[in-house]
Design a protein. Structure first.
Length: 118
């Protein structure tokens, strides 16, 4: 039953058929149901979809000049976990944070500052 499928399963079904994958679950369910009723066959297999998604992910990784920044999810050597690295963070007091927020308005909106004050 289509309505019991998870969102990722619905999106994969639609991706395989080159159909739109955005929208709420109800819209995805309707799209999958329509595609199955119209007997729309897959255009790509799962491996091709996975390859396309990997290319899209790699294109989103930033570049510094001509050098591509490595995937942060694959960095292992020499990196500390957050708990291990906390002791090396610089100390920041509330006045320091407030001064930064107050005197660097281009980087933040006024709503960010009011949120911080609250």
């Amino acid at each position: 039953m289509v309505s019991k499928m998870k969102v990722e399963e619905l999106k994969m079904f639609l991706r395989l058929r080159n159909l739109k994958v955005s929208g709420k679950k109800v819209e995805l369910v309707a799209r999958v149901f329509s595609a199955s009723e119209m007997n729309i066959q897959p255009v790509m297999n799962a491996a091709e979809v996975e390859e396309e998604l990997m290319k899209e992910y790699e294109n989103k990784l930033p570049k510094y000049g001509d050098v591509k920044i490595p995937d942060p999810l694959l960095l292992r050597s020499g990196w500390l976990t957050e708990d291990e690295g906390k002791s090396q963070w610089p100390s920041a007091m509330y006045p320091d944070i407030y001064s930064y927020l107050k005197f660097h308005p281009n980087e933040l909106s006024s709503s960010d500052l009011s949120d911080y004050k609250n």
